[in-house]
Design a binder for this molecule. Structure first.
Ligand SMILES: O=C(O)CCC(=O)C(=O)O
Ligand SMILES: [Fe+2]
Length: 259
């Protein structure tokens, strides 16, 4: 039998990766944003949700409505203490992220090739019960401007906002991106620097259609949303980024203590 010619690992049932990010481009968005609906399988989703649920209790930071975990740790003054991500956050997500070429001719250029560490080194886990979102914000100067978000558990809309000429937020979203469970969304460049993103505090996402959703053509299950609305359920997101500043201080301290 003929062997597969690519160096990609054997394909996982339920996972469907494009041969390059070019094919996953959300063309309605201003600069490059990419959406891959079947980035992880149902089994992989279950394993990750279990790991999150079984993390030691102090791992959770409880905000008023939302709770979150940061791996390997919180940033201190925009700096990460050098430490590896746990294996369950590395595999399968990071290797899969790095395996997808940006465009077909540049087979070895990934979305993180131009980032300082050439891979994400930090994961923020946010859990949103129905009715809970996140205020419009920018992610700031700590990270390389590439954001990879894996959605787990349920669907919701991420809104992208412009600021008006007077510097205030234009409250009606410029674009809306529907994120299905097990999907990967990549935003970068001017979407990172010039626009804000947020999730509305609502129980139901409404007015869903090809006209209103920037990634409509890329969705896995358009038929689920054809009624125009989607009831929220608990949605958990994994936000993978490359923190620019990494301190080896932890190592030095460790060596000092061992002496
Ligand atoms: O959960 C998401 O998709 C967005 C999270 C986010 O924007 C953040 O934590 O900075
Ligand atoms: Fe954010």
């Amino acid at each position: 039998m003929e062997q597969p010619s690519s160096s990609q690992p054997a394909s996982t049932p339920g996972v469907c990766l494009p041969s390059s990010l070019e094919q996953a481009k959300a063309h309605k968005l201003p600069s490059s944003a990419f959406y891959i609906p079947d980035f992880i399988s149902e089994e992989e989703e279950r394993v990750i949700l279990d790991k999150i649920a079984n993390a030691p209790k102090p791992r959770w930071k409880q905000l008023t409505h939302r709770r979150l975990q940061t791996w390997p740790s919180d940033l201190v003054k925009n700096t990460l203490i050098d430490a590896p991500l746990p294996q369950w956050l590395e595999e399968p997500v990071v290797s899969r992220l790095l395996s997808i070429p940006l465009s077909a001719p540049d087979g070895d250029v990934s979305i993180f090739t131009a980032s300082p560490h050439h891979r994400p080194n930090h994961v923020l886990i946010n859990e949103y019960p129905p009715g809970v979102g996140i205020m419009p914000h920018k992610d700031g100067a700590a990270y390389h401007p590439v954001v990879c978000t894996v959605s787990l558990g349920a669907s919701l809309c991420l809104n992208l906002y412009r600021t008006k000429d007077d510097g205030t937020l234009d409250p009606s979203p410029a674009w809306r991106i529907l994120q299905e469970p097990r999907s990967l969304l990549i935003t970068r460049a001017d979407l990172y620097t010039d626009y804000l993103h947020g999730i509305a505090d609502i129980e139901k996402d409404e007015d869903l259609s090809a006209e209103t959703i920037a990634n409509w053509d890329l969705l896995r299950s358009r038929q689920d949303f054809e009624s125009g609305s989607s009831q929220r359920q608990t949605r958990t997101s994994l936000t993978y980024r490359d923190v620019l500043k990494v301190s080896k201080l932890g190592n030095k301290l460790g060596m000092f203590l061992k002496r």
